[in-house]
Design a binder for this molecule. Structure first.
Ligand code: PEP
Ligand code: CO
Length: 448
């Protein structure tokens, strides 16, 4: 294998990358971002790898959740806060069920680039380049706005930095203090059953805190009770941007993607000669790999070897996204082969991307029931294969959107257009996310 370099990916096949007409501007933008500070730090990545190792051996669980596509227009503190709080609450629900640490990884602060099944979009008899995420072009159906523009990377960097700044403040500045768990706003959860269940969890935590306080342990003297670790992740799709944020650790001389703690390779860019695989080969960060019915298992095993030649644990996360209909057909074989080959991986389940359908009005949606059923099957399959279901990967938001059907509020196809805000795939809303967390918690309890 040839020597890896920051830009060695350029001599491999790069699918789903935009074609920038203005190469000079692209180079200028890359040079600027290369001079900017890193967004994350090596020590945090190493801690995440430890958490992933624990979860892969059943001593923890990974909750990866957030937007399908972050956008420039929906960027504000309220949206970031509500998504953070819902992920925090989902984490609390899962922790209280399994009594094990739950590592929270947001699809946030960098989830801007989207691979699209169709290169072009046709509307009003006009054909334009598809929307590829705010870091590449604009969602508005307009010829000029759909042209890929390198300077959007600067805006994405700045939005990622501000988002991370808030997330870091929320994680350690009091918002995540467990003593406030019963005060966390549940106003947007319309459903009584879910809020009552949540209140019960909060009461249980409050009682434990009172007990610990009697022993002299409280959030004033024990930072773990008021601070959480919150990691970031996104699909490492836009390689010129990712390359510009590579940094070499002063201490270890290892190379880190500093755009996020973890990045993943999507279903459409996972193949052996892929530029994305080549790029990720040089990184110290943990790498997710989406697996679908398209996955050739032999090729996947080779990719795992390329990315993780020393079979380090906490490095590879296999994110299965088969869909409720296909998971039973494909996942067992994948698990068997990975186990036979002795590969260290963390198994995660993405029950979103294999369950996308269209409503009668042509709106992209997903049903809560299909999502839940895939999750249930995932747990059952891992149990029967003797492997560990170590994580879940969800597209959700803290807002009260109407994008996925079903759930306790029983969103119907006709309601979808009420608050359909996503720039790409349909997300679980705040109540659906909380409800899903309770149902996953039930599965985790049953399967153990
Ligand atoms: C995604 O996670 O938003 C995505 C595009 O997933 P996949 O690559 O699995 O289709
Ligand atoms: Co998506």
């Amino acid at each position: 294998m040839k020597k890896w370099k920051f830009n060695s990916w350029e001599s491999f096949e790069a699918k789903h990358l935009p074609e920038y007409n203005n190469k000079k501007l692209l180079d200028e933008v890359k040079a600027q971002i290369s001079s900017f500070p890193p967004l994350i730090f090596p020590g945090e990545v190493e801690q995440l790898k430890k958490d992933l190792t624990s979860a892969s051996s059943g001593k923890g669980f990974i909750l990866q959740a957030g937007d399908c596509a972050e956008s420039f227009t929906e960027f504000n503190a309220d949206n970031i806060k509500s998504t953070f709080q819902i992920i925090l609450q989902m984490g609390i629900i899962l922790t209280s069920a399994i009594n094990l640490p739950v590592t929270k990884i947001g699809r946030i602060a960098g989830q801007f680039a989207k691979p699209r099944s169709n290169k072009n979009e046709i509307k009003f008899n006009q054909q334009l380049e598809s929307y590829k995420g705010d870091i590449i072009n604009d969602v508005e159906f307009d010829f000029n706005k759909r042209k890929p523009d390198p300077s959007r990377m600067l805006k994405a960097y700045s939005q990622a930095a501000s988002t991370l700044n808030l997330l870091r403040a929320y994680s350690s500045g009091g918002l995540a203090d467990l003593k406030n768990v019963n005060k966390w706003n549940m106003g947007f959860i319309n459903n009584k059953a879910s809020s009552q269940r949540y209140k019960n969890v909060a009461i249980k935590i409050k009682e434990s805190l009172e007990f610990m306080n009697a022993l002299g342990i409280n959030s004033d003297n024990t930072p773990q009770l008021k601070e959480i670790s919150f990691y970031t992740s996104h699909e490492g799709l836009l390689l010129p941007y990712e390359e510009s944020l590579l940094r070499t650790s002063q201490d270890s001389k290892e190379i880190y993607a500093t755009s996020a703690h973890m990045i993943w390779i999507g279903d459409r860019t996972r193949f052996k000669e892929s530029a994305h695989v080549e790029f990720c080969r040089g990184l110290t960060n943990p790498i997710g790999i989406k697996c679908s019915f398209n996955t050739d298992i032999d090729e996947l095993l080779e990719i795992i070897d390329i990315l993780n030649p020393s079979n380090e644990s906490g490095k590879i996360i296999l994110i299965a996204r088969y869909g409720n209909k296909l998971i039973e057909k494909y996942l067992p074989d994948l698990i068997k082969r990975v186990n036979q080959e002795g590969k260290n991986v963390l198994w995660s389940c993405d029950p979103m991307h294999g369950n996308t359908t269209k409503s009668n009005d042509g709106i992209k949606t997903r049903s809560f029931e299909n999502i839940l059923n895939e999750v249930k099957k995932n747990f059952r399959i891992h149990k029967s294969e003797g492997s560990i279901a170590g994580g879940i990967h969800l597209e959700m938001t803290g807002q009260n959107v109407t994008e996925c059907t079903g759930g306790i509020d029983n969103i119907t196809e006709t309601n979808l257009s009420l608050r359909y805000h996503t720039h790409c795939d349909p997300r679980l809303n705040a109540s659906q996310s909380i409800e899903m967390a309770f149902l996953i918690a039930d599965e985790l309890i049953n399967e153990n």
